[in-house]
Ligand binder design. Structure first.
Ligand code: S3P
Length: 447
C-alpha cells in the first residue's frame, strides 16, 4: 500500500536526450515554515509559490486544527494567525502523514502551550525517532508520552509555565534546531540553540523576517542562535523560492542521460542547501549557474545541466553532509554512472529519514548490478561509467519519495530500465514529478 491508496508500480525505460526547461515546485522546508509562522503571526500572511505536496498540505491541515484559517485564493495562500502563544487545543489527533519536518516543527511550536496534543503519521513516520525533539522540549516544561523508542503515536503535554532553554543539538539537524526555536517563541526570555555544524537556516531567516529578534553568532562551540521569546510576529507577504532538493532530480537526470541539455530556472542556492551541486561540479559535471542573482535575500541562479560522460567518483567530505542530506540518494545514482568510487561518510542521519536511505539505495543499486559497500555511517558506490548500469530490477521504495524518484532517474540511464514498487510517495514533495520529467523527454510505463 502507498500512503494514499494501493501501491502503484512505475517503470522508467531507457531515455532519449532530455531537453527543455524544468520548472520545479516551491521549497518544502520554506513552505512548512511559511504556514507555521503564518499561524503564529497576528493577522494575514500571504504566500505564493507554496509547495502543494502532501507533506505541506498536512501541515496546513494541522495549522487549521490549532485555530488558524488557511485558504487558497487564486495562486495565493492566505493564513490568518493567532499570534505566538495563541494556538488553540486541537479537537483531534494531528496526523502529519509522511512528514518528519511537519511533525517535529509543529511539536515544537505547540509544546509551550498549556494543553496536550497527540501526533501520528503514516507507517514511515511512525517508525522515526522523536525523542531527539521531545528531549529538548521537556526542558521547557513539556512532557512526552509515546510508543517505545520515542515513536509516534505520541502525546506531548505542553508546558503551562514555559521556561527558556539553552540547548546544544547532539546531531546536525535543522528540524531539532527549529523545534527548539519555535517552542522558544512562547517562552519568556532568551532561548539559545547551539549547533556544531551549520544546518539549513530557513527558520532563523524567516523568524527574523516575521519580526522576531534572532541572532546567530559563530563561537568555538559552533553556531549559537539566540531568540528573544514572546515577540509579536508580524504577518508577511512571501514568495517561496523553488526547491533545490527537487531541482536535483532533473539536474542529475540530464547529467547521466546521453545528449541531454536541461535548464532548471530560479533555484535557491543558500549555502546550507547547495552541497550537492558543489559535489557534482567536483565530479566533473557540466553544471553551470546562469544569471546568478539574489532573490528575497537568498542567492539564486538558473541551473544548466548537460550530459557529462567524464564524471569521476569523489570523496564527499563529512562536513558537507548537512548541506546535501536529502541528496545522497540521487548522488549515488550519478556515482553509479561515473568512473571510479564515490565515498560518502559521516551520514548516519540517512538511516533515520523517511526510510533507511543507505539500505534502500544500496539494496536497489545492487539489484541493478552496481557494487555498493556500506557501514553504520558511510557507504561507497563503485561507478560503472556512463550508461553502463544494467538495471532491469524492481526496487522497494519504502514510502520514501526520494528513493522513488532516484530509482526512476536511475532507470532512465540504465540499460534495461528500472521499476519502482510504488510511485505514491512522490506526491509528498514533488507532485508534478512525472509530468515534468515526461515534458523533458522521459518515458515511464505503469506497472
Ligand atoms: C528539513 C531538515 C532536514 C531534511 C528534511 C527537511 C527541514 O532534516 O532532511 O527533509 O526542513 O528542516 P534534519 O534537519 O533532521 O536533518
Amino acid at each position: 500500500m502507498s500512503a494514499h491508496g494501493p501501491a502503484a508500480p512505475l517503470t522508467a525505460t531507457p531515455s532519449g536526450p532530455l531537453s527543455g526547461e524544468a520548472h520545479v515546485p516551491g521549497d518544502k522546508s520554506i513552505s512548512h515554515r511559511a504556514l507555521i509562522l503564518g499561524a503564529m503571526a497576528v493577522g494575514e500572511t500571504r504566500v505564493t509559490g507554496l509547495l502543494e505536496g502532501q507533506d505541506v498540505l498536512d501541515t496546513a491541515a494541522a495549522m487549521r486544527a490549532f485555530g488558524a484559517t488557511v485558504e487558497k485564493r487564486g495562486d495565493t495562500w492566505s493564513i490568518h494567525g493567532m499570534g505566538a502563544g495563541g494556538f488553540l487545543e486541537p479537537q483531534d489527533v494531528i496526523d502529519c502523514g509522511n512528514s518528519g519536518t511537519g511533525v517535529r516543527l509543529i511539536m515544537g511550536a505547540a509544546a509551550t502551550h498549556d494543553f496536550a496534543v497527540t501526533y501520528t503519521g503514516d507507517a514511515s513516520l511512525r517508525s522515526r525517532p522523536m525523542a531527539r525533539v521531545t528531549d529538548p522540549l521537556t526542558l521547557f516544561g513539556a512532557r512526552a508520552h509515546g510508543r517505545s523508542g520515542g515513536r509516534l503515536p505520541m502525546t506531548v503535554v505542553g508546558a503551562a509555565d514555559p521556561v527558556p532553554v539553552s540547548y546544544a543539538t547532539p546531531v546536525a539537524s535543522a528540524q531539532i534546531k527549529s523545534a527548539v526555536l519555535l517552542a522558544g517563541l512562547n517562552a519568556p526570555g532568551e532561548t539559545v540553540v547551539i549547533e556544531r555544524e551549520a544546518t539549513r537556516d530557513h527558520s532563523e531567516r524567516m523568524l527574523a523576517g516575521f519580526g522576531a529578534a534572532v541572532e546567530t553568532r559563530k563561537t568555538e562551540e559552533g553556531r549559537r542562535i539566540t531568540l528573544v521569546g514572546q515577540p509579536e510576529l508580524r504577518p508577511q507577504t512571501l514568495a517561496v523560492p523553488r526547491d533545490p532538493s527537487s531541482a536535483a532530480f532533473p539536474v542529475c537526470a540530464a547529467l547521466i542521460v546521453p545528449g541531454s541539455d536541461v535548464l532548471v530556472p530560479n533555484i535557491g542556492l543558500n549555502p546550507t542547501r547547495a552541497g550537492l551541486f558543489e559535489t557534482l561540479r567536483e565530479m566533473g559535471a557540466d553544471l553551470r549557474y546562469e544569471d546568478e542573482r539574489e532573490e528575497g535575500g537568498e542567492p539564486a541562479a538558473d541551473l544548466r545541466a548537460r550530459f557529462s560522460p567524464d564524471m569521476k567518483g569523489v570523496e564527499v567530505p563529512p562536513d558537507r553532509a548537512a548541506s546535501m542530506i536529502d541528496e545522497y540518494p540521487i548522488l549515488s545514482v550519478v556515482a553509479a554512472n561515473a568512473t571510479g568510487t564515490t565515498s560518502m561518510r559521516g551520514v548516519s542521519e540517512l538511516r533515520v529519514k523517511e526510510s533507511d536511505r543507505i539500505d534502500a539505495m544500496a539494496t536497489g543499486l545492487r539489484a541493478c548490478g552496481v557494487t555498493v559497500r556500506d557501514g553504520d555511517d558511510w557507504w561507497e558506490v563503485d561507478g560503472l561509467g556512463p550508461g553502463a548500469v544494467p538495471g532491469g530490477a524492481t526496487v522497494a521504495t519504502h514510502l520514501d519519495h526520494r528513493i522513488a524518484m532516484s530509482f526512476l532517474i536511475c532507470g532512465m540511464a540504465a540499460r534495461r530500465g528500472v521499476t519502482i514498487d510504488d510511485v505514491g510517495a512522490i506526491a509528498t514533495s514533488f507532485p508534478v514529478f512525472r509530468d515534468l520529467m515526461e515534458g523533458l523527454g522521459a518515458t515511464f510505463q505503469a506497472g
